[in-house]
Ligand binder design. Structure first.
Ligand SMILES: Nc1nc2c(c(=O)[nH]1)N[C@H]1C(S)=C(S)[C@@H](COP(=O)(O)OP(=O)(O)OC[C@H]3O[C@@H](n4cnc5c(=O)[nH]c(N)nc54)[C@H](O)[C@@H]3O)O[C@H]1N2
Ligand SMILES: Nc1nc2c(c(=O)[nH]1)N[C@H]1C(S)=C(S)[C@@H](COP(=O)(O)OP(=O)(O)OC[C@H]3O[C@@H](n4cnc5c(=O)[nH]c(N)nc54)[C@H](O)[C@@H]3O)O[C@H]1N2
Ligand SMILES: [Mo]
Length: 904
């Protein structure tokens, strides 16, 4: 979404779903996983909206839908691409909107080659490094964006530089667009007739021309008539007077082409004119409490707060070079200097000034991909020696759970902060590898510290929920016993480390000053502003003081109210530019609780949403280029010519007083360069991107590829899988052969993993609760009656499910909820696996993640948990070393080697 529209967050808010005429839920089981937000889907339905659910499994969401479409897991790009084709071929797109607000008319360079020309790959592919160079994807008349990778290519031409550039791209590029699109320096040409063969609309048309209803049926197993009914419903509910919304969650993200699933929906919604308007948009349903917050103020390795990219060791020499490479000339990303300098001031205070390059060198540097799975491999290879697990249970929740545990068994120390003794804290004495004999407790060198964590009821703080909304919660009770909040732990750990490093005696005893580099190394820690007030018996840091730091202050120390006030000269501080305003006037805006009934329908005084409390992003697009709503029924903002400002119930996502007919001068930069009809203010050209000339590492357009492991060959192209999917260096696991390779028939079924209402994620918050454990007492698998007959599985009996990684056992649930489907003339059975279980707690079972592999989406480094192949057979799994023998026997039968599945 960031690459398409300029920001990664959900475009609309959940309450706005009530304004939709049609809602498509695809890649999510919203009724069971987002039940509170789902009330607005029901509200829309009560007002006459049509609800469509597309999912391999029939769930409570499907039960409430008007149309339920079962499809093969891992085939959504073909399905959505088919709708894109339908919209273009039948000229159902919203022409005025498309022409004014998308890049449909922009002309692409003649060097560009599409997957239609190259049998499934785009121009610019380097097979050796398995990365794309974006140069040939650019708009005609623009230059290659000066991103770090591009710069190296120009400096040096040798092979090492190619590999360095590829490493830079692999490290970070994809996620850096959460709050600002990629740059397109120069002036692009356009063809307003949309007929130029190289204009974006024509390229998109040709790209999807073979995604016919017949092809959709062939790939997805969705009958033509059902598919055409969906096309009809979506297009008849889009346009001036009507809007359709899409909602997705991890049914789309957890694929080796996950980002491109979302790109396909972005293209479709842009063509239909559904972005920036009430009842439209794309809702990314975020999962964990504050998972949106954890990318805004990131726990990710390649981002700084507010989606500022993490500098790279090879490319980001100094602040100036960094800003030149990462900023854009036009739009609000053009003000990046203000955001970065204010962040550096918030972190390093007086130490950050012109003379120190604002302490830019105090920031860490990337040297490659350092995501969670790279870290596990670094543990296995003895590089990573210590590990903090604060709110995570990888022994159950992360892919290839066995590898996670083997990684932890290779550490010097491990700190687990949690409520209960989760599997990630006890694997060393009772984990599955102790049972198989792979590990012996007495041989494990890892020192494990378990520290009890305070729950949200025992501390104050904010949650940023799915619609970018910050909501405050206050402490209800003091944490009991040794329990402490994460804020307490982090603050006091930092305080103690700083005290030690500042103590000359300690430094002398530890020989810290022997080496000049060590002195430099400690500077960033010593220079930090680490002066939060504390309260209560435990010296708990005041959470609101942290919020105030994030919000930022002016030169006199007064709270700022908008990121437009941030300066690049060091006179302002701000811990996260997109959150600037959350503490405006010194008031905790996230703590506002005025009931919805006492406000208009947008309810702007309930919590605080980034950016600037806007609830519908890109809402300038709710009005036509002249500033009039496209229709009264779908009105949101309008240009008030008398007051000379944008008015409406929502905060304008646009310079508030810029008239529709404003045209920037030729030398204007940053926000000043936005024309009065450029609604996508974080994009370098102000437009929604049907075609992404940069910013998505696996292609400017989505292409259907088969999952890493699939019982089918790609019906569209010779290229079977995403050629640049991320396969980690040094990954020791085995992958399955796919259809067409010998041995593929050993793993004939597709499986997908998902959630249940009664449990939460890896189970640490639900398997220890007696009531929830009683409701869902045991791990199970869902199979169709037909598959049960085929494999002799009995309802409530046991089944063993096997992959090349591991084998697990589950109770059998025979159900019509996972219908067999016909794909490419064959009957396909899919197996459903909830992933909440592990051996600890009241409700126990094997972890589905024992089966999964570590091949990832190259943009986001997310695992393919939603589609892979397995075998299933009746009975319990073997115990002890016999389990390993079973798995290796399967590998032998399938002829699996270290190379299997790794070809491009
Ligand atoms: N009760 C409860 N609520 C939760 C959670 C929980 O554990 N328990 N977890 C929270 C978290 S962390 C998250 S991220 C969200 C996740 O929210 P959801 O994404 O809604 O949850 P899932 O059940 O993982 O998967 C959604 C659906 O995707 C379907 N699916 C699988 N493969 C495909 C595919 O290839 N295409 C399509 N179209 N659909 C597919 C699955 O059958 C499933 O019904 O839920 C949050 N809410
Ligand atoms: N196969 C498969 N695997 C998946 C998925 C899937 O769909 N299929 N989904 C993926 C997704 S979307 C997610 S989000 C992950 C979740 O994976 P994890 O994050 O590993 O799983 P959780 O059980 O949510 O772990 C959170 C832990 O934090 C603890 N906790 C809660 N609050 C606090 C707190 O305030 N402080 C501290 N210190 N601890 C706290 C809880 O007790 C719990 O043990 O799983 C991923 N893995
Ligand atoms: Mo999640």
């Amino acid at each position: 979404m960031g690459a398409s529209f300029g920001r990664g967050g959900a475009t609309n808010f959940q309450q706005d779903l009530r304004n939709s005429d049609c809602i498509v839920i695809q890649g999510s089981n919203m009724a069971e996983c987002h039940p509170v937000g789902f009330q607005w889907v029901m509200e829309a339905k009560a007002r006459g909206a049509t609800l469509i659910h597309v999912d391999p499994r029939f769930t409570r969401t499907s039960a409430l839908a008007d149309v339920y479409v079962p499809l093969r897991a891992g085939s959504d790009i073909a399905f959505l691409g088919g709708i894109v084709r339908y919209v273009i071929e039948h000229e159902k797109y919203f022409r005025d909107y498309v022409l004014a607000y998308t890049n449909a008319a922009t002309i692409v360079t003649e060097e560009f080659r599409d997957t239609e020309d190259l049998d499934g790959v785009f121009s610019g592919l380097d097979p050796e490094t398995r990365t794309y160079d974006f140069a040939t994807w650019r708009y005609e008349g623009t230059r290659v964006p000066p991103g770090p990778a591009g710069e190296q290519d120009q400096d040096r031409e040798d092979r090492d530089s190619r590999f360095e550039a590829a490493a830079t791209r692999k490290a970070a590029r994809g996620e850096a667009h959460g709050a600002g699109g990629a740059d397109v320096p120069g002036r692009a040409r356009t063809d307003e007739t949309l007929r130029h063969p190289r204009c974006v609309l024509q390229i998109v048309r040709r790209h999807f021309s073979r995604y016919t209803p017949e092809m959709v049926e062939e790939i997805c197993g969705v009958p033509r008539a059902t598919f055409l009914r969906v096309c009809e419903l979506i297009t008849s509910n889009s346009g001036r007077d009507r809007t359709t919304a899409f909602a997705y969650a991890v049914g789309w993200t957890q694929h080796t082409v996950g980002v491109q699933y979302i790109r396909t929906a972005s293209i479709l919604q842009s063509l239909l004119g559904n972005i920036g308007r009430p009842g439209g948009g794309i809702l990314a349903l975020r999962g964990h409490a504050s998972i949106q917050g954890s990318t805004d103020i990131p726990t990710l390795f390649n981002l700084l707060p507010g989606y500022i990219p993490m500098p790279h060791a090879l490319a980001s020499r100094d602040l100036e070079t960094f800003l030149r490479a990462e900023g854009t000339a036009k739009g609000y990303w053009g003000d990046m200097r203000s955001y970065v300098v204010s962040l550096l001031k918030a972190w390093w205070g007086d130490a950050a000034d012109e003379s120190t390059d604002f302490c830019f060198d105090h920031l860490p540097r990337l040297t490659g991909s350092h995501g969670t799975y790279d870290t596990v491999l670094a543990q296995l290879h003895g590089v990573c020696k210590g590990y903090f697990l604060m709110g995570e249970n990888p022994a159950v929740g992360s892919i290839n759970a066995r590898l996670q545990r083997l990684g932890m068994a290779n550490l010097d120390w491990l700190v687990v902060r949690d409520f209960s003794l989760i599997e990630s804290a006890t694997w060393w004495k009772d984990g599955p590898e102790i049972e198989t004999g792979e590990l012996r407790t007495e041989d494990i060198g890892t020192e494990v510290f378990f520290l009890p964590a305070a729950a949200h009821t025992e501390k104050s703080g904010s949650f940023t929920n799915t619609q970018r909304l910050l909501q405050w919660h206050g402490q209800a009770v003091e944490p009991a016993g040794d329990t402490r909040s994460d804020l307490w732990f982090t603050y006091h750990l930092g305080r103690r480390i700083r005290e030690k490093l500042a103590d000359a005696g300690y430094r002398a005893r530890m020989n810290l000053d022997e080496d000049e580099r060590a002195v430099d190394r400690d500077r960033p820690v010593l220079d930090l502003t680490w002066d939060y007030p504390t309260e209560g018996v435990q010296d708990e840091p005041e959470a609101e003081a942290v919020l105030a730091e994030i919000n930022g202050r002016d030169a006199e120390g007064w709270p700022l109210s908008s990121y437009e006030q941030l300066a690049g000269d060091g006179s302002t501080t701000c811990g996260c530019w997109i959150y600037c305003g959350v503490h405006a006037d010194g008031v905790n805006q996230a703590d506002r609780r005025k009931p919805g009934q006492e406000q208009d329908w947008v309810a702007p005084e309930w919590g605080w949403a980034w950016p600037a409390n806007r609830r519908i992003l890109y809402n300038r697009a709710s009005a036509d280029p002249e500033g009039r709503p496209w229709s009264e029924r779908k009105a949101l903002l309008r240009w008030d010519a008398e007051r000379r400002r944008w008015t409406g119930p929502d905060v304008p996502d646009f310079p508030a007083t810029r008239p529709p007919d404003f045209r920037p001068g030729p030398d204007a930069t940053g926000p000043d360069a936005l024309a009065g009809d450029d609604p996508f203010i974080m994009q370098a050209d102000g437009k929604a991107w049907l075609y992404a000339p940069a910013g998505v590492v696996d292609g400017p357009l989505p292409t259907h590829y088969e999952p890493q492991e699939s019982p089918f060959t790609n019906a569209l192209y010779g290229q079977q899988r995403n050629p640049v999917r991320q396969i980690l260096d040094g990954d020791p696991e085995y992958l399955h052969p796919s259809d067409g390779d010998p041995g593929a028939e050993v793993f004939p079924y597709v499986t997908t993993t998902y959630r249940l209402t009664e449990h939460h994620t890896a189970g640490g918050m639900s398997r220890w609760l007696p009531y929830l454990s009683e409701l869902q007492p045991e791990f199970f698998c869902e199979v169709s009656p037909e598959l049960a007959r085929e494999r002799g599985l009995e309802h409530l009996g046991w089944a063993t499910i096997i992959s090349a990684r591991n084998a697990i056992e589950a109770r059998v649930l025979v159900t019509d909820r996972v219908p067999p489907i016909d794909v490419r003339g064959r009957r396909l059975h899919q197996i459903g696996l909830p992933y909440h279980w592990g051996p600890n707690g009241y409700s126990t079972g094997d972890a589905a993640n024992e089966l999964l592999h570590l091949v990832l989406d190259p943009n986001t480094h997310i695992q393919e948990a939603k589609a892979l192949t397995v075998d299933i057979r009746p009975g319990r799994r073997p115990r002890g070393p016999a389990l390993l023998a079973l798995v290796s026997d399967y590998r032998r039968r399938a002829g699996i080697t270290e190379q299997t599945g790794r070809e491009m």
